[in-house]
Design a protein around this ligand. Structure first.
Ligand SMILES: [Zn+2]
Ligand SMILES: [Zn+2]
Length: 286
């Protein structure tokens, strides 16, 4: 069982999960996510299963495998595989969102040892929260936030755009090559995406990750998360499904650190102009 504490100074909720300390830093021997491995005994294209080391209780943390191929990654999936992944995200969101003990489904990926990924096999995760977590609630409760999902407000910082999705660097990006990916239509959640929008989301993410990898000619470590409508029974008319990507490098082999002046002040200092960052990513072939 995990224990929830709210920090009296910051208001930040923290779950204390000592059981996570017992998880292996690197599993011994063969990859548990390859077909035939510990977590994936049968052949698969994409797969989800409960996290063996869950940070929240009640089978509400899952691992999501992107491919049976150990040596690929999100940026190198083919479009059909990208579509299967988006379909799985949508299916798991709908299934978990229908549970009475789930109000919010957060899909995310930590890629690279720099952000704590312990297994190289391409995978992401999912947490199904019993309440709407603060970072999602902050956006949902801000009447101005919905407007920022209009790509027309970001023209000079747009990286790619297609019939159904656009991706841009936010004007207030805290990470040098931070990206926001949003649909053209006001879609609230992953299960509500049309077949064309699902294809488009897969293609857009594949394109963006391949550009991030080409930027410094090395695999870009990143954090990626998907925000969507809460599954708490509320109407949420302004909710818009969207993807955040926070890449860690600011220059070749050079990490951007969130430092004391930033954590202590709550003000971020980004050394790369978002207009220049967008141009750099735009100029790369996807
Ligand atoms: Zn593997
Ligand atoms: Zn968001």
């Amino acid at each position: 069982m995990t224990e929830l504490h709210i920090d009296p100074l910051s208001g930040t909720p923290t779950r204390i999960v000592p059981s996570r300390q017992r998880r292996p830093n690197l599993p011994d021997g063969s990859c548990p996510f390859c077909p035939g491995g510990l977590e994936a005994p049968d052949p698969y294209d994409v797969l989800s299963f409960p996290n063996r080391w869950p940070p929240i209780d009640g089978d509400r943390a899952e691992i999501i495998l992107y491919s049976p191929d150990h040596d690929t990654d999100l940026g190198r999936l083919d479009p059909a595989q990208g579509r299967r992944l988006v379909d799985l995200w949508a299916d798991r969101s709908a299934t978990l969102g229908a549970r009475s003990d789930v109000s919010y489904v957060l899909i995310f990926e930590n890629r690279g040892a720099e952000v704590g990924a312990t297994i190289a096999h391409p995978h992401g995760q999912l947490y199904a929260f019993d309440t709407v977590p603060p970072a999602a609630a902050r956006e949902l409760n801000d009447p101005l936030a919905a407007r920022t999902f209009d790509a027309d407000a970001h023209v000079e910082r747009v990286v790619i755009t297609s019939a159904h999705w656009s991706a841009w660097i936010p004007a207030a990006a805290g990470w040098p090559y931070e990206l926001l990916v949003a649909p053209s239509r006001a879609v609230a959640d992953l299960p509500s995406l049309s077949p064309e929008e699902r294809d488009g989301l897969g293609r857009t993410l594949i394109d963006l990750v391949s550009r991030l990898d080409a930027l410094f000619d090395e695999q870009m470590p990143y954090m990626l998360w998907i925000h969507q409508r809460p599954f708490d029974g509320g109407a949420w008319p302004d909710a818009r499904v969207h993807v955040h990507i926070a890449p860690l490098l600011r220059a070749p082999a050079t990490r951007r650190f969130m430092a004391a002046g930033e954590l202590g002040s709550g003000v971020l200092f980004n050394p790369v102009d978002p207009i220049d960052a967008a141009a750099a990513l735009r100029d790369l072939a996807g």
